[in-house]
Design a protein around this ligand. Sequence first.
Ligand SMILES: [Zn+2]
Length: 368
Amino acid sequence: MKDKIFVVRDAVSLFLKKQARSKYILAFLFQSSRILASFEVSPLALECVKLLDGNHSLGQIARMKKITQKNLLRLIHYLESENLIEERWERTKEELRYSRQLNFFASFEEREIKRENFQKKIEDARVVVLGAGGIGTWLIESLVRSGVGQITVIDPDVIALSNLSRQTFFTEKDIGKAKVEIVKKHAAAINSMVKIKPVQRLIVSPRDLRPFVKNATLVINCSDYPDVSVTNDIVSRACFTYGIPHILCGGYAGHLSFVGQTVIPHQSSCWRCYVEGGIYERGLNGFTHMAITRSSVEGGTLAAIASMTANIHALEALKVITGYAEPAMLNAKAEWDFLSLSLTKITVSKNKYCSLCGENAQKRRIRK
Ligand SMILES: [Zn+2]
C-alpha cells in the first residue's frame, strides 16, 4: 500500500477556507457537474492532500508529514470513497490517445461502470452514416477521433470546390474524387484504429439501406438528397425493420439550424410520430409535405454553423453508444438560432396511432 500513488481527479478543483481553532474547510468542486463536496480538515490532513499530486507515494507522504499509516489510509479511503481522488496508473498507448476522453467519462463512472467500459462500447460500436456533406463529415470526424470501431460511410458524390468552405476532411487536391474514399483516407491518418467502410452509392429506398444497417449499433442520417424528409423516412423505415437506434440530423438555413430526433425504436417517438403529429408547422395542418429536388438552389451556411450542428448530433451518438447520459433529443426536436444563440426545443410525443411505431404498425409487423 505504501508504494501506491494517489492523485486528485483531473476534473476536480480544490478550494480552501480557514476556520477557527486552526481548522480548514476543504471544498472539492466537480467541474463537469458543478457538485461541491466540502468537509473540515486539520492542518496535517490538508498538508497530506496537497501531496496527492501524482508524484508522491503514500509511504513518502507518511514520512514527510510524520503522519501514521493508519491515519493517512483513513484519509485516503475517505477521499477515494467520495470519488475525489484515484490511484495513478501507467497508461497504455491507447489510453494516452484517449486520456482526456477517459477523464470525461470519469465523471459518469458508477460502481460497476468504469471509464474504460464507456470507451470499450465506443470501440465496439458499428455506426452507419448516410451522407458525407456539411453535417456528415464533421460528425464522422468527431466519431473517428473518439475511436468508434467501425463507420460505414454512404455517399454517391465526388468532391466539388464548393464543398471546401463548409465540409471537413476535404482539400483542394481531393476535388473530383469520391467523398467516401477521401473520408477513409483522412480518417485513417487521424485514427488508424477506426475501420471506415466506404460505400459510394445513392440510397433511394429502405430496401437499398437495409443490408448496411442490419447489424449496426446506430444509424445517423446526414443526407438531404433529394430532401431531408425523404432520407429521414428511408432511414427510419430501414432501422425499424431491425429495431436499430437512429439519429435524424437536422440541417441549417442561414442562421437557423435544426437539431433532429434521436430515436430508440419502441421506446421513444419516431420520425413518423413527428410528421403525422403535424407538430411543427401548425399553420400547415391538413397539408402533406411535397419533396422537390432543387439542385440549383443551395441554402446559405458557414463551416462554423455546419460543424456545430453536426457535433450536437455527434454528442447524441456518443450518448446512445455508451449510455453515459440519456440522449437530449429523445422525444424532441430543436431549432438553434445562431444570431442570438438561443435554442428552442419542442416535445415530440410518441403517437400510439403512428404508422411506423404505433400499436397497429407493430401488430402488422408481427403478422408479417
Ligand atoms: Zn412513431
